[in-house]
Design a protein around this ligand. Structure first.
Ligand code: ADP
Ligand code: MG
Ligand code: ZN
Length: 486
């Protein structure tokens, strides 16, 4: 490619808090009845006073701590002034000069800042019958919901990297219980700034030249649209430059149907917003609030997605499997980590366990016709079953049957195996008798074995399994057979 893409992301996430950012209204993204969670503050009635939500501040600080950013000692909230029907005050309360978090890094991408602001109301434009004037409706349930904004430096180099970044951030927000971060629900919203610059800069000077003019793409409602919109813009801008034309700095939307970006408006610059500190809110001396100290926050951080991934990779998991577990915490919390704890040194058991989770349990959990729950299985009983498989006390077919039963109604694998008659015979006396019987009945095969024909042993074991009607533990039978032959 002749042109080098550069991408910077701006990502908004609605925080999961009990109440809104500056009032006591419930923050309930699932409330379907319009204008239920509203009050004079979030409706912008004159004279109503905002109060800062402590829980929201804390969640942003936790995100900052996880990303190794610098947490502010001092912070304040600013008014970002603009008119729009969904912003009843005529300004949005945001942070400009003193964001809660500066710097930090995710998947090697440098961050500029993470700050806290409030969400807007939601406009709807229902269709009206012909002859009637068009109408717009506004639902203020979302007005004033705490919104985190994270901004990256312009250092992302491809559409895939942009997608990977957004996915990892979603995981982090979920691990921290900071946001549900569902993109389809608008709980996480990604804007991609894209530019391209001529590769020759790099080739001639050994140093990347100045960045090209950027275009901001909005309305990206899925990770796939993030990747496709970025790829589309890189292509479009490269073609413009190739034809000797210029890229115009503007905001573009993403048309999901046509899979193209389209011009929305020429971009305003920050001085148009006339930012100034909100006189209704106190500034915060964060370093003087004990619960916001770096030490306290650090202690509250759970194991983070990338730490979990590393841990599983070090245990020898395939990247794809590790990735599955990092993304599906329900298997991890209830099962996998319990197994790991119980089987520190037994990698065979761990491998078996991860295989049975990845194949059988993963299938059950998405099968609507399969009653039950992985919560019915605890690490003790699960490890017990894996031991039975390892020592061949049950066949792999038997193990699947037992596991399905455990998933349905819990219980102990040994009990289930006995009830369903799935235990393989390992009783030494019984196996000795079978081995002797087979050896006596097949003198020619025994002679073949003694003459060095390994396949003869397999035949004898097969006959023994048949004699036991499939109930013998094949490992144990093999042992007995060898003893007799020697
Ligand atoms: P604005 O004031 O227009 O919002 P900023 O400089 O604050 O611009 O940057 C906003 C976002 O755009 C950031 O994510 C940043 O990384 C990204 N960005 C800035 N310049 C470029 C560029 N030339 N190409 C791609 N992204 C850029
Ligand atoms: Mg911007
Ligand atoms: Zn309110």
């Amino acid at each position: 490619m002749k042109y080098i893409p550069t991408i910077g992301l701006e990502i908004h996430a609605e925080l999961k808090t009990r109440t809104k950012m500056f009032c006591a209204c419930r923050n309930d993204p699932d409330e379907k009845r319009p204008n239920l969670n509203i009050c004079p503050v979030c409706m912008a009635h004159p004279g109503a006073l905002p109060v800062i939500n402590r829980e929201a501040v804390k969640k942003v600080l936790l995100v900052g701590a996880a990303l190794q950013g610098t947490l502010a000692d001092y912070t304040e909230f600013d008014r970002k002034n603009y008119f729009y029907p969904d912003i009843p005050k005529g300004y949005q309360i945001s942070q400009y000069k003193h964001p809660l978090v500066s710097g930090g890094e995710l998947l090697g991408v440098r961050l500029t800042r993470v700050h806290l602001e409030e969400d807007t109301a939601r406009s709807q434009h229902p269709s009206t019958s012909s002859g009637q004037a068009p109408i717009s409706l506004i639902d203020f349930n979302r007005a004033g919901v705490p919104l985190m904004e994270l901004v990256t430096e312009p250092v992302i180099e491809s559409a895939e990297q942009a997608g990977a970044f957004a996915r990892e951030l979603q995981l982090l927000l979920r691990y921290l219980n900071a946001s549900e971060a569902n993109m389809e629900k608008g709980e996480m919203r990604v804007e991609a700034n894209v530019s391209v610059s001529a590769r020759s800069n790099l080739a001639e000077t050994g140093e990347a030249g100045p960045l090209g003019t950027k275009v901001e793409v909005k309305n990206l409602n899925s990770f796939r649209s993030v990747e496709r919109a970025v790829a589309f813009e890189v292509q479009r801008q490269s073609e413009l430059l190739e034809r000797g034309e210029e890229v115009v700095q503007e905001t573009r939307g993403w048309d999901e149907q046509k899979q193209v970006t389209f011009s929305q408006r020429k971009k305003e610059s920050s001085h148009d917003y006339r930012y100034f500190p909100d006189p209704d809110l106190p500034s915060l001396l964060l370093s003087e609030i004990p619960e916001f100290s770096k030490e306290v926050l650090a202690k509250e951080l759970p194991e983070l997605p990338w730490q979990k991934r590393d841990r599983y990779l070090k245990l020898g998991f395939k990247l794809e499997d590790a990735e599955f577990f990092v993304n599906e915490p329900q298997f991890v919390k209830t099962l996998l980590d319990g197994v790991i704890e119980k089987t520190q040194s037994d990698l065979d058991i761990l491998r078996l366990a991860s295989n049975y989770i990845l194949s059988d349990l993963r299938g059950y959990s998405t099968d609507l016709n399969m009653p039950g729950s992985i919560e019915n299985i605890n690490p003790e009983t699960f490890v017990m079953l894996m031991q039975m498989i390892k020592t061949s006390n049950v066949s792999s077919r038997g193990a699947k049957e037992i596991l399905a039963e455990m998933y349905k109604s819990g219980g102990n694998p040994e009990t289930i195996a006995k009830e369903k008659d799935l235990l393989q015979q390992s009783d030494e006396g019984a196996l000795k008798t079978i081995a002797q019987k087979i050896i006596d009945a097949n003198p020619k095969v025994v002679a073949d074995y003694r003459a060095g024909k390994q396949a003869a042993l397999q035949f004898l074991i097969g006959q023994g399994m048949k004699e036991s009607k499939g109930s013998a533990n094949p490992e144990a039978l093999r042992e007995e057979m060898l003893k007799k032959l020697r």
